[in-house]
Design a protein around this ligand. Structure first.
Ligand SMILES: [Zn+2]
Length: 340
């Protein structure tokens, strides 16, 4: 019997040393200490023994039971510790692994162009003026000396909301708002969105951007207009840039002109961008019509002024070689990312 007990303990130790899971230890416990376990069977068979033998064997069996129980507890804690280590290993962060780069956005070419234009005019002492995109017919047309039958009022060009409200077709109403709000001297630029009923194609969009400018002071002449806009062109397109003014007509300026700049792609020799002419039309301008100044209560005997307006899309497309205006509004990240 003593021999068998020794064997049982040895066997249990062997099994537990190889146990890898909670289930393994439980199996071992049942095999030796369970109701039909080997040790239990020995204790049960002691009935046939003499009291002395029974006492001796009982003590030995209890000792073996205690040892097996201690072994079971050790094994259980060893398995638990192993599982914990395995979990830590699985959860571990490899700090040497290269990170996933966070993608940074880029500025839209329209934003870049407006910021560049703004930088130039700010450097010349202009301040920022703003107006709403939903305007009054008065500010958009009447106050700008566009007669009641001016073609630009046509329903096919203008988004009317009702008889008195529209989506501004130009940034020029900001001139009116400025004249009504400020006394001369005035020197402002006003970037913003404009809207016209145009069917989208490569060069037209029903929504587009303009930058407006207005200067009103004593003694302002066409020479000031030319000086400011020539300086703008040189700062915007490079110091070699030449400018030329062609007579034109706008209701709110008199005289009016369009300004061309020498082609910044070919330097004036003629290329695809300038369509072979060496010149690119950039903006419209002129001396503010006295009727416009009068709306703002400006004394037209004392003050004169000039105004100008340019299309931002046109400048951005020329500068970056974009041949379709629609690309600017599709917001394809692969397109926008190219402008930094
Ligand atoms: Zn050219």
């Amino acid at each position: 019997m003593q021999e068998r007990l020794k064997k049982i303990l040895e066997e249990a130790r062997q099994e537990l040393s190889g146990a890898a899971s909670v289930k393994d230890t439980e199996d071992t416990r049942i095999k030796f200490l369970g109701k039909k376990g080997q040790l239990t069977e020995i204790l049960r068979s002691m009935g046939s023994l003499s009291p002395e033998e029974r006492k001796e064997l009982g003590q030995a069996a209890n000792q073996v039971r205690a040892e097996i129980e201690a072994l079971l507890a050790d094994t259980a804690s060893r398995i638990k510790e192993k599982a914990r280590e395995a979990r830590f290993r699985a959860e571990a962060i490899d700090v040497t692994e290269p990170g996933k780069p966070a993608k940074l956005g880029t500025k839209h070419p329209i934003t870049i162009t407006i910021e560049e234009i703004a930088r130039v005019f700010k450097s010349m002492g202009f301040s920022l003026a703003e107006g709403p995109e939903v305007e009054t017919v008065f500010n958009n047309f009447d106050a700008l000396n566009a007669g009641p039958y001016h073609p630009s009022r046509d329903l096919s060009d203008t988004f009317y909301i009702n008889d008195e409200i529209l989506l501004r077709t130009q940034t020029s109403p900001v001139q009116v708002r400025t004249l009504l709000a400020q006394k001369p001297p005035i020197r402002v630029f006003a970037p913003g969105r404009c809207f016209r009923c145009d069917t989208p194609d490569a060069t037209h969009s029903p929504m587009f951007h303009q930058v407006e400018g207005l200067v009103v002071d004593e003694g302002i002449t066409m020479a000031d207009l030319k000086g400011v806009l020539d300086s703008f062109a040189k700062q915007m397109f490079g110091p070699e840039t030449k400018t030329k003014f062609r007579p034109h007509h706008f209701p709110f300026t008199e005289p009016s002109a369009e300004m061309d700049v020498s082609c910044f792609k070919c330097g004036g020799k003629g290329c695809r961008v300038c369509k072979g002419s060496g010149w690119i039309e950039i903006l419209g301008c002129g001396m503010v019509h006295p009727n416009v100044l009068k709306v703002g209560g400006v004394d037209t005997e004392r003050y004169t002024g000039f105004a100008f307006g340019m299309g931002v899309e046109r400048i951005a497309m020329l500068k970056y070689g974009i041949d379709d205006i629609r690309l600017l509004y599709e917001n394809d990240v692969r397109f926008i990312e190219q402008f930094k």
